[in-house]
Design a binder for this molecule. Structure first.
Ligand code: PLP
Length: 450
């Protein structure tokens, strides 16, 4: 007998076959919107209805997810700045100028006139962008010059640019390490290091934050592998604490390991001439690989890089996926970063100014009775403990014209909520004093100070 024709079309979508849609429609019965939506779905063809059903389901899933984030109190809202980045900014919905204490604009170069001018000149001379990846037709002389300058700045053999340091971290480990190798990572490393390590096939060891005994135990365990790479942030952005690179390098040499440092919160301002954590701790020749960003102290536009041994950089140009499969850095960005490095290599006055300002803020806040984590880093976490207190105090600081952000769980551990203050070389002494005064006032108001 001829085969029975299979039922097709609208019947597939009716009744209990699509319980989510049925339920959703029930909830909205009686509203004009539901009536119109249902009519549109039922009068459309089967393909369109299937797409509608999937989209409706997606909206439900997304709403549930978003509600969970709101419910957990971890929703991140973004304040809209209507001016250039700098120590004084304008924020949408807030009248008057605001003193900004929450940017990574450590040296104030984001709005430096010479940096802006260099960006404009590169834009004029080299165009808006390359419409290409580096290896196809996206390498200009300015990219090569900037890579050479970065290598010179860090006293390394070579350097390679990426669209961001997130990309540099995502592209390093997979290209370098195989299942024969091991990577040992501080548990509080930046998300991009964690993601980069996830992508690679090496054996993974996670050591307790800054815990050298634990690192040593893991290094002993990892002796069976071909290469061992210890990976750490140079300065950790939530606590403003600095990796004990001397001890890490000592252990690395003892257990025949390589050292990788992410210097995003160090390049340009830590160490006597701003070379970073390796300079600060006197281990420049012992750190094998550095990744860092052009998006913080070095002009603040965007971009990242890896600097280290020449064959490593050559391998990354052949194998590193975020480098191979993403567009070249725009000329304006390259021009800005290149000028920022020139300024730093000409003089270290700006680096020293930043250190003095940081010291002023830290000592005045501690004298007022606040606890500030870290030692001498411009990231100054004002410890408050309670999440609501941190958030309310940050809001009240803004009412007094000071822009700071409260951080709480899950960004930092439970019970360790804080307001993170970031000092910039271009804050004046008066700006810093005003910030401290506002903290004292708001701290007393909320019972955080006696
Ligand atoms: N590594 C660290 C330690 C960071 O703080 C950041 C930025 O927040 C990154 C990497 C990523 O840098 P970029 O903004 O250049 O992608």
């Amino acid at each position: 007998p001829p085969p029975t024709p299979r039922a097709t079309g609208p019947r597939v979508f009716r009744g209990s076959q699509d319980p989510w849609l049925a339920g959703s429609a029930r909830v909205k019965v009686g509203t004009m919107w539901a009536g119109r939506a249902l009519h549109a779905i039922l009068s459309a063809g089967p393909g369109s209805r299937r797409a509608q059903s999937a989209l409706t389901q997606l909206r439900g899933v997304l709403e549930e997810e978003l509600e969970a984030i709101r419910g957990a109190g971890t929703w991140k809202s973004e304040r809209v700045i209507t001016s250039r980045q700098g120590p004084r900014i304008h924020v949408d919905g807030v009248s008057g100028g605001i003193l900004n204490f929450c940017a990574n604009n450590y040296l104030g170069l984001s709005s430096h006139p010479e940096v802006i001018q260099a960006g404009l000149q590169a834009l004029e001379e080299f165009g808006a962008g390359l419409s290409s990846t580096r290896f196809i037709c996206g390498t200009q002389s300015i990219h090569k010059d900037l890579e050479a300058k970065i290598a010179r700045f860090h006293q390394r053999e070579d350097a390679i640019l990426y669209p961001s340091c997130f990309d540099a971290n995502a592209g390093l480990f997979e290209a370098l390490l195989t299942p024969q190798d091991a990577v040992l990572s501080d548990e509080l490393n930046h998300a991009s290091i964690i993601d980069g390590i996830r992508l690679c096939k090496a054996h993974k060891y996670r050591y307790h934050h800054l815990d050298m005994a634990d690192l040593e135990a893991k290094l002993q365990e990892a002796q069976k592998h071909r290469l061992r790479l210890v990976a750490t942030d140079g300065a950790f952005s939530m606590d403003g604490d600095i990796a004990p690179l001397r001890e890490i390098c000592h252990l690395a040499s003892r257990y025949d390991a390589l050292v990788f440092v992410d210097e995003c919160h160090a390049t340009g301002f830590l160490g006597a001439t701003g070379r970073g954590t390796d300079e600060l701790l006197g281990v420049t020749d012992q750190v094998t690989i550095i990744n860092s960003t052009l998006g913080k102290a070095l002009g603040g536009a965007s971009g990242g890089y890896t600097t280290g041994p020449e064959p490593l950089v050559s391998l990354l140009r052949q194998r590193s996926r975020p480098y191979l499969f993403s567009n070249s850095l725009p000329p304006a960005v390259v021009g800005c970063a290149s000028k920022a490095l020139d300024l730093l290599m000409e003089s270290n006055a700006i680096v020293q100014t930043m250190a003095t300002k940081t010291q002023r803020f830290r000592s005045k806040m501690e004298a007022a009775g606040f606890t500030i984590l870290g030692a001498s880093h411009p990231i100054c976490p004002v410890m408050l403990g309670d999440a609501r207190l941190a958030s309310c105090m940050a809001d009240d600081m803004l009412k007094r014209g000071i822009f700071v952000i409260g951080f709480s769980y899950p960004v930092v551990p439970k019970g360790k909520a804080r307001i993170r203050v970031q000092i910039s070389a271009v804050h004046s002494e008066e700006d810093i004093d005003r910030c401290v005064e506002a903290f004292v006032e708001v701290g007393r108001l909320h019972g955080a100070l006696p």
